[in-house]
Ligand binder design. Sequence first.
Ligand code: ADP
Ligand code: ASP
Ligand code: MG
Length: 448
Amino acid sequence: MKCIVCKFGGSSLADGSNIGRVADILYADPARRYAVVSAPGKRFSADVKVTDLLYECYRAACETGSCTAAFAAVRRRFTSIVEELGLENFDIASILDETEREIDARKSADFAASRGEYLNARVIAAKLGWEFVDAKDLVFFDERGAFDEERSYPVIAERLKHIPNAVIPGFYGTDVAGNIKTFSRGGSDISGSIVARAVDADLYENWTDVSGFLAADPRIVEKPEKIEVISFKELRELSYMGANVLHADSIFPVRKGDIPIKIKNTFRPQDAGTLILPSKKYKKQGNLVTGIAGKKDFTVIFIEKSMMNAEVGFARKVLSILEEDGVNFEHMPTGIDTLSLVIESRYLAGGMLDRLLEQIRAAVHPDYLRVLENIALVATVGHGMAASVGTSARLFRALSEAGVNVRMIDQGSSELNIIVGIDNDDYEKCLRAIYREFFGKAVQSMAE
Ligand code: ADP
Ligand code: ASP
Ligand code: MG
């Protein structure tokens, strides 16, 4: 029988009536055998996600020894969900008491944060009449803290082999010491992908609050076009660059298993959604640009030195400084005599920037060293761009007409992506100008 693994995000599970919708979706197709669930998200824009409430509980447990006051908000969320769902015989109070005690005792941020998914999965399993299978027994991390696929996949496959339907919490697993460890924020998308790969699913459905992957962030560009079909490669570029509808790392498990992903809207299940295909199954859609995404708050360090390219080991020396200081870099555009490092500004706080500059001066004696701060990166992504002459010309003309000053350009070797560095303040203007150029619609400014 066909097998679909469904992941439901926090926006789809924020309250009892939403969980009721999710149950209808799952019951509507018997192929939907496994549900991977997030913690309840925001019910309205000023609301707080349960995961954030739980990080507060962790802080309270560390600072005062008891999270009781902070945990009251978590207690209210789950008690009202259980009431709304009419689960009279489900003893949520005891489960919450036990959870509160454990948060106090363990004093682990990951453990506390993971409880949103754990509790929600237990409630949803009770609602559906499906088996609850704890992610702590399925998903494992290795000694470096990376997902351990060799250990996890056989365990998941074996465990789920005889279970026709199960609810599995997303976001966490177990580390080598046996403690609960979470993925980074938004990581339930990765858990869903892992389960889909382990059971060799036919499809990984990712249910959220938008009707698919949109060509630009809907909070910045009004009513952007929906992308019908997108390749894993394009999706990886866009999600990594800030299109956070799907966690950038969630692509890897399903990609290895050639399993397509479908983004669907819990609130409009009748909408077709976006199909994400392995690159070899993907046929170009005729669109030059598939999507645009970006992120703010980068710092660029420009290093210039004559005959840099003739100096063996120049880049290695610079990169080993970053490695020693534990600083990740995002991009490294190079010219004949220049090398730039694009780094998330948060890594450079607390004197790290000055320290790096000092070390670079000492190690490679540049002719010129310059720093640009408050830079945003915007990526324009599409398989069609490489083959089409004049794409960059259109992009840069559109930016110049919109009055956006381009501070840096980086075209990845895949020719799938042109990244521009601009001032943080120009970010929204830049996204809208590129969207207008390639999608040909008047874009109203939503922020202004
Ligand atoms: P979930 O709770 O289901 O995991 P997320 O909040 O993580 O949902 O992701 C969905 C949100 O991502 C949407 O509500 C939307 O505001 C935002 N988003 C940002 N960029 C895009 C994009 N290109 N396409 C669709 N949604 C996007
Ligand atoms: N609940 C976690 C978060 O808020 C994980 C997820 O929703 O995917 O980041
Ligand atoms: Mg998400």
